[in-house]
Design a binder for this molecule. Structure first.
Ligand SMILES: [Zn+2]
Length: 170
């Protein structure tokens, strides 16, 4: 078990693109374990490898639901809805801040698990938000790049989900 240091906005590494994992080896498994420990230590919902200084397409997500911890290698969004949702987001790499972001309401993500098996997962709600947020990290994108100003009228029309509590812990 090892807690890795989380990179904070301003660190140029957070702006770089991650490369695909070409071979799932001991280092990959160790990275996933450390990312899990770091995620729980920071009480976040998701963490992407660049946030701990590794430019590889590796993400962990735990929505604290029945599914538990998801370890995703080379995740990519293969389908997304045109319909969108607006939610409050935060990021472990941007401490003490939050903001509204518009993202697809539903998406399907394809990824490899630790054994190299391919999974396709359809998700919606805040899980879709979280996965979209983490995958952005792999492209060097932070949620603050997508932050929007919202007025109340807009929120009513977009059926804002009540996720303020979750919002600042990714
Ligand atoms: Zn983040």
């Amino acid at each position: 078990m090892a807690i890795r240091k989380i990179r904070i906005e301003g660190d140029p590494l957070l702006r770089k693109k991650s490369r695909e994992v070409t071979e799932i080896n001991d280092r990959t498994l160790e990275l996933l374990e450390d990312m899990k420990d770091t995620l729980y230590e920071a009480e976040g919902l998701g963490l992407a490898a660049p946030q701990v200084g590794v430019l590889r397409k590796v993400v962990v997500v735990d929505m604290r639901d029945d599914e538990g911890l998801l370890k995703m290698i080379n995740p990519k969004i293969i389908e997304k809805s045109e319909e969108t949702q607006i939610n409050i987001e935060g990021c472990l790499s941007v401490p003490d801040e939050s903001g509204y972001v518009q993202r697809p309401k539903e998406l399907t993500v394809e990824y490899l698990d630790e054994k190299g098996e391919t999974h396709k997962m359809k998700c919606d709600g805040y899980k879709a938000v979280c996965i979209s947020h983490e995958l952005d990290h792999l492209e060097g994108i932070l949620y603050i790049d997508k932050k929007i100003e919202v007025d109340e009228e807009m929120l009513e029309s977009e059926e804002l989900l009540e996720n303020e509590e979750n919002g600042d812990t990714k």
